[in-house]
Design a protein around this ligand. Structure first.
Ligand code: CP
Ligand code: NVA
Length: 354
């Protein structure tokens, strides 16, 4: 990789790299519980303003540009980022892998210095997690992780907002169609049991560093060959000990589902793993989420289903995916409101509030 050969070079001061502290969103492990709550409340407020009040945005990004560097395909993250930037009054500049020099003719370091000198924020979807760290290290503006092979932080914010919306209905007497902006997530999220069935991938990693911190229980079933990364496991264990929540890893989907309020899965073949597809399909046999699995596993009566999408039928059948219990399309829309809250915090205000 071009970037690694240049990693230790000190840049000339004429490059005007500002020495001030720049805040980024690389993983939700770096945010406090209060900061995550604040993002969820702000996201819910924006959703309410737009969908139920028709209230215009204050356009905090007016006159500013946001670079959307995407080395991999995207539907939700791209549409959410472009529409969120436009709503905040800014100009979203999509830079796909065919558009810019990064990784082909130019290092990540040089790309980061150059792009960040002209924009107010960078949203970047890259391959290896080290690549987002390299972009962030050399950027003079905040960088948001739009997915790496290790973490997908903005996805988990959308998942949490979706659950918060569903369960906030139990915490208000009002018959109003939307209540997530007036109920605190501390009332809705703690105590929920989330069951993960599938690969130990970027989505599970992101849940591991976030759910225990917010007081949710997490039980993950993966084939025994597929483990989460050790450093992620250590963070999750510490958070679970602090919040006194359950954190269980098993190879039995039925064990993971027992008593679950929420069942989650994702593709067995993440972007970049296409060469392993045939082997993975074999090794994940028995992990498809079905009604039968959910019944046999004894999920809670009102169980919900989440999937970050895009979905392939092998990991979850149509009956579950399109069921009344499935929240997948609400979850997809919530990518926009949560990314909007992140961009407002970092690209307009420069920091996360708590
Ligand atoms: N969930 C998600 O990140 O979807 P995209 O890959 O379409 O952005
Ligand atoms: N685990 C998937 C998530 C896609 C949003 C991937 O990395 O491809």
């Amino acid at each position: 990789m071009l970037s690694s050969t240049l990693k230790r070079i000190s840049l000339p001061s004429t490059c005007s790299r500002i020495q001030k502290q720049v805040n980024h969103l690389i993983t939700l492990a770096d945010l406090s519980k209060a900061q995550i709550h604040r993002l969820l409340m702000n996201a819910a407020q924006h959703k309410y303003n737009v969908k139920y009040e028709d209230k215009p945005s204050s356009k905090p990004l007016e006159g500013k540009s946001v670079a959307l560097i995407f080395s991999k395909r995207s539907t939700r993250t791209r549409v959410a980022s472009e529409t969120a930037t436009a709503y905040l009054g800014g100009h979203p500049m999509f830079l796909g892998s065919q558009d810019i020099q990064m990784g082909v003719n130019e290092s990540l370091l040089d790309t980061s210095v150059v792009v960040s000198s002209m924009v107010s924020g960078i949203m970047a979807r890259v391959g290896a997690h080290e690549e987002i760290l390299e972009l962030a290290k050399n950027s003079t503006v905040p960088v948001v992780n739009a997915l790496t092979d290790k973490y997908h932080p903005t996805q988990i914010l959308a998942d949490l907002l979706t659950l918060h919306e569903v369960y906030s209905k139990n915490h208000t007497d009002s018959k109003a169609p939307y209540s997530a902006h007036v109920v605190h997530p501390e009332k809705t999220l703690p105590g929920l049991k989330v069951a993960w069935i599938g690969d130990a991938n970027n989505i599970l990693h992101s849940m591991m560093v976030t759910l225990p911190k917010l007081g949710l229980h997490l039980s993950a079933a993966t084939p025994s060959k597929y483990h989460p990364d050790d450093d992620v496991l250590n963070i999750a264990k510490k958070e679970a000990a602090k919040s006194n929540t359950e954190l269980v890893f098993t190879s039995s989907p039925l064990e993971a589902i027992n008593g679950a309020d929420v069942i989650v899965t994702d593709t067995w073949v993440s972007m970049g793993q296409e060469a392993e597809k045939a082997q993975r399909l074999k090794e994940f046999s028995g992990y498809q989420v079905t009604m039968d699995m959910i019944k046999q596993g004894n999920a809670n009566k009102d169980w919900k289903f989440l999937h970050c999408l895009p979905r392939k039928p092998e990991e979850v059948d149509d009956e579950v995916f399109y069921s009344q219990n499935s929240l997948v399309f609400q979850e997809a829309e919530n990518r926009k409101w949560t990314i909007l809250a992140v961009f407002e915090a970092l690209f307009a205000n420069g920091k996360f509030e708590s």
